[in-house]
Design a binder for this molecule. Sequence first.
Ligand code: ADP
Ligand code: ZN
Length: 527
Amino acid sequence: QFVAQGSRLKEARSLLQRLWGYEDFRPLQEQVIQALLDGRESVVVLPTGGGKSLCYQVPALLKPGLAIVVSPLISLMFDQVSSLQEVGVAAAAIHSGLSNQERQQIAGQIRSGELRLLYLSPERLMTDRMLGFLEQVPLSMVAIDEAHCISDWGHDFRPEYRMLSGLKDRFPQLPIHAFTATATQEVRQDIARQLGLANPQFHVGSFDRPNLIYRVLPREDRDQQVISTIRRHPGESGVVYCLRRKDVDDVTMMLRQAGFRALPYHAGLPDEERHANQHAFLNDHVEIIVATVAFGMGIDKSDVRFVIHTGAPKSLEAYQQESGRAGRDGLDAECWLFYAQGDFALWRSLQANLPEEAQQTAQQVLAGMEGFCQSTKCRHRAIVEYFGQAGESGNCGACDICLGELTEVEDSLVVSQKILSCVVRVEQSFGADHVCKVLAGSRAKNILNRGHDQLSTFGLLKGVDLKVLRHWIEQLISQSFLERYGEYSLLRVTPAGRLVLKGVQSPRLLVANSTSFSQTGIAQVAW
Ligand code: ADP
Ligand code: ZN
């Protein structure tokens, strides 16, 4: 049997070379393809650009019967079907745009056994008519793309994916394989459970993308930050992600006025314009695409040299996926994230309408993103560990932290003590904004009204930019010396924070030396 296995893999490899022109499988692809050839059910987690599609396309050609591929978006299906047809593989997608005649034609190809792969949305597959039809033809397997959508533990739950839970009942013998780019340990288990997989194999690729250089900075002057980042990449392709459609329009306009070739992409644009813009970007007619998250699933442009986020995404999963569109060719690429506290508030307000449980998950996931932004840990390591893999402890040489682009504030301990004692002085009954104002010596009405200008900590960090103060508070929170509590996110000092006040423990406070250092007012502060 061992020999037989080896020879089937050999067959798979020669198919890869003959049809796709690639030399060899990537290490994890080989494992996955073996599992699929053996009919072993599996959950496959490979980061964007990892080469998931070949993992089921190749076995689909080697196994008798028709392979079903479930995919959430028509555009994704089109991309895959047309690239399969280009290499001479009989593949088709069923969707609402088909004429009756086209539908009949596909049905004919299925009955004659000519068709090798059939792409469908989950809701279309799970109709009684479709299931009834498919019961009458020999099937080889079901491959489910974007499988994390089945789990409400994930960041992108889609109720129509949940219908796939019924698949096992209808086709108890048919192997199911789930594919996703992003899934934490819990989500992986949940995918397997929801689909009712029998003793599945879990294949998890590395989440580290060593060729990506991550930088995470507080957003200050958005337009200026975006422009100076783009100037680092003359003539190169890049994506600028925005949280809202309006921001997409504004940033596009701003970039055009600054003389860059940029086009917008979001779900509010007419289909035609959206496709034309995507096409222009993929074919290098413009360098820059400014987009919401609507841009991305299935985009395969290998030479994207930079991805800029003008706001924090709602999860580290989303960030990993979106920033992962950079450098798919394996060459160096830069990922810049400019965040502000307001981004998290925006997401929280959007999540307020979710059902209780979903809201809780969404907030946990958001907190992970927030922690990532504020953290002083290597970015590569932070991402990899978030996805449950062991991170390297050394210097990655490819993130702002490891590159030393954030400088540790001289006398972090004293500065931290000032901040923590200010929290104590306002009786741990105020939020970060208020504490910043007291430290900065603001004469704002709400400070004076409460007599907080009389506190011994008033103006202790006068001259330091409010944004920098705010960033330090977030850093103290991320290092667990401060914590937020209650509905109004008030600040209080943790037991570890008490040790800082006693001088027993010392936090690390960082400040970016690129843009904001001059604004720290550090020179003027005498301590
Ligand atoms: P994913 O769906 O995981 O994001 P894709 O399946 O779109 O990734 O593959 C990403 C890119 O890598 C594609 O351009 C694909 O053709 C290429 N690729 C996949 N497998 C291999 C391989 N074994 N050798 C070379 N290139 C590959
Ligand atoms: Zn690093």
